[in-house]
Design a protein around this ligand. Structure first.
Ligand SMILES: Nc1nc2c(ncn2[C@@H]2O[C@H](COP(=O)(O)OP(=O)(O)O)[C@@H](O)[C@H]2O)c(=O)[nH]1
Ligand SMILES: [Mg+2]
Length: 372
C-alpha cells in the first residue's frame, strides 16, 4: 500500500505550484515550455508535471509524465471509449496513484521554487472531473497553489467570445477557490490592451457590445455587470509564449497570488484556532454538564441554577433588561429554574397561570358573597 506524503520543510520554503489551465489550443503547452526555459535560465529549474495523456510531442522534459503511466489509446480500446472518454479515464486512472506523485514532489520540494503543471488540451476534462478537483485540492492542501488561466487573445477579440471565456474563467475560480492569474497569450499576434480596457472600463465594453445587434447582446450586457466583481479579484498579464514577452510580469503576478494564498491560509488558521479556543472554554465552563447554546453556538450562561431552589441574584439582574414586562418585585422568579433560553417562555406561562388563578378566585369570591 502507498504511504502518505512525508512532511516537508517550513511553509516559506515551499515551492509555488502553478496549474496551467485553458481552452484547447490556447497555448498551455507552449507557455509551459516558455516558463520552463525562463526558470532554467534563472538557475531555478522547476519541477514539471504533464497531465495531458494525449499530447504527441512535449516541447519540454517533464519530471512526471502521465503518458509514462497510462496509454490513453489503449484505454480507449480496452474500455471501448472515444478520445475524450479515453483521456478522462486515463486521468482518472492516474489520479488513483496521485499519492505517489505527491511523495516524489515532497522529496524534491525543499530544493524547488516552482512546480509547473500542464493540463489536458480539452479544458473540461480537467476542470469538470473529480480527478482535476482531487489533484488541485491535494496540491493546494500542502503547497501555495495558483491557477494560470491561459486565453487565446486573437480568438477573444469579439465581445461574445470574450464574455464566454470570462464566464468560464469565473466558474473555475469559484470551483477551485485558488488565487487566479489571467494570462492573455499570443500577444505577438494581437495585443491584450483591448481586454484590459474592457475589464476596467465598463462603458467601453458596452460600446463594443453596441455594434452587436443579436439577442445575445442584451444578455451580455447584464452579464458584464456581474463580472465586474469577478474582475476585481484578478491579476491580468499579457504574454507571448512564442517570443517570451511578459514572462517576468507573469512571475510577478504569481508572487502576488502566492501572498494572497498565504494570507488566506493564515486567516483560515486563525479562525480554526479561535473556534478551538472557544470550544475549549465552553468545555471548561460546562465541566461535562448539560449546557444550552445560543444562536451563535456559544454557551449561554454558565451560572444558571439547574435545580432552581435558590434564584441566582446576579443572574436575575442580568436578565432584567430583556424582560421589560416582567414584574421585578415578585419574590420568586418562575424563570430562574429554567435554562436562560427557556426563561421568558416559563415566565409568560407563569403569568398566564397567575391570571387564571386570579380570575378563578374572583369568581369564587363573588359566588360565596351571593350565597351569603
Ligand atoms: N503566435 C503564437 N502562437 C502560439 C503562442 N502560444 C502557442 N501558440 C500556438 O498555438 C497552438 C496551440 O498551442 P499548444 O501549446 O499546443 O496549446 P494547448 O492545447 O493549450 O496546449 C500551437 O500551434 C502553438 O504554436 C504564442 O504566444 N504566439
Ligand atoms: Mg497542450
Amino acid at each position: 500500500m502507498a504511504s502518505a506524503p512525508e512532511p516537508i520543510s517550513a511553509p516559506e520554503n515551499l515551492p509555488t505550484v502553478v496549474v496551467v489551465i485553458g481552452m484547447a489550443g490556447s497555448g498551455k503547452t507552449t507557455f509551459m515550455q516558455r516558463l520552463n526555459a525562463h526558470l532554467h535560465a534563472k538557475q531555478t529549474p522547476p519541477y514539471v508535471i504533464n497531465l495531458d495523456p494525449a499530447v504527441t510531442a512535449l516541447p519540454f522534459t517533464a519530471n512526471i509524465d502521465i503518458r509514462d503511466t497510462v496509454n490513453y489509446k489503449e484505454v480507449m480500446k480496452q474500455y471501448n471509449l472515444g478520445p475524450n472518454g479515453g483521456i478522462l479515464t486515463a486521468l482518472n486512472l492516474f489520479t488513483t496513484k496521485f499519492d505517489q506523485v505527491l511523495n516524489f514532489v515532497a522529496k524534491r520540494a525543499p530544493t524547488l521554487k516552482h512546480i509547473l503543471i500542464d493540463t489536458p488540451g480539452q479544458i473540461e476534462i480537467f476542470t469538470w472531473s473529480a480527478s482535476g478537483a482531487i489533484i488541485t485540492d491535494t496540491l493546494a492542501a500542502t503547497y501555495p497553489t495558483v491557477v494560470a488561466y491561459v486565453i487565446d487573445t486573437p480568438r477573444t477579440t469579439a465581445p461574445a467570445t470574450f464574455m464566454s471565456n470570462m464566464l468560464y474563467a469565473c466558474s473555475i475560480l469559484y470551483k477551485t477557490k485558488l488565487p487566479f492569474v489571467l494570462v492573455f497569450n499570443k500577444t505577438d499576434v494581437v495585443s491584450h490592451d483591448f481586454a484590459v480596457r474592457w475589464m476596467t472600463d465598463f462603458e467601453e465594453f458596452q460600446q463594443a457590445l453596441s455594434n452587436d445587434t443579436t439577442y445575445m447582446s442584451s444578455l451580455m450586457n447584464s452579464m458584464s455587470l456581474v463580472l465586474d466583481e469577478f474582475y476585481s479579484h484578478l491579476k491580468v498579464v499579457g504574454v507571448s509564449a512564442v517570443t517570451g514577452a511578459g514572462i517576468d510580469e507573469f512571475f510577478g503576478a504569481v508572487e502576488e497570488a502566492r501572498v494572497e494564498y498565504e494570507t488566506r491560509q493564515e486567516k483560515q488558521e486563525a479562525e480554526r484556532q479561535q473556534q478551538l479556543t472557544r470550544l475549549m472554554s465552553d468545555m471548561e465552563v460546562s465541566k461535562g454538564k448539560e449546557v444550552s447554546l445560543n444562536s451563535k453556538g456559544r454557551v449561554e450562561d454558565e451560572t444558571w441554577d439547574k435545580e432552581g431552589d435558590e434564584g441566582d441574584e446576579q443572574d436575575d439582574d442580568e436578565d432584567e433588561d430583556d424582560e421589560d414586562e416582567y414584574d421585578d418585585d415578585e419574590v420568586i422568579d418562575p424563570g430562574a429554574r429554567y435554562p436562560p433560553t427557556l426563561r421568558s417562555a416559563a415566565r409568560a406561562s407563569q403569568r398566564n397561570q397567575d391570571a387564571a388563578l386570579q380570575s378563578f378566585l374572583a369568581q369564587a369570591n363573588q359566588s360565596s358573597r351571593m350565597e351569603e
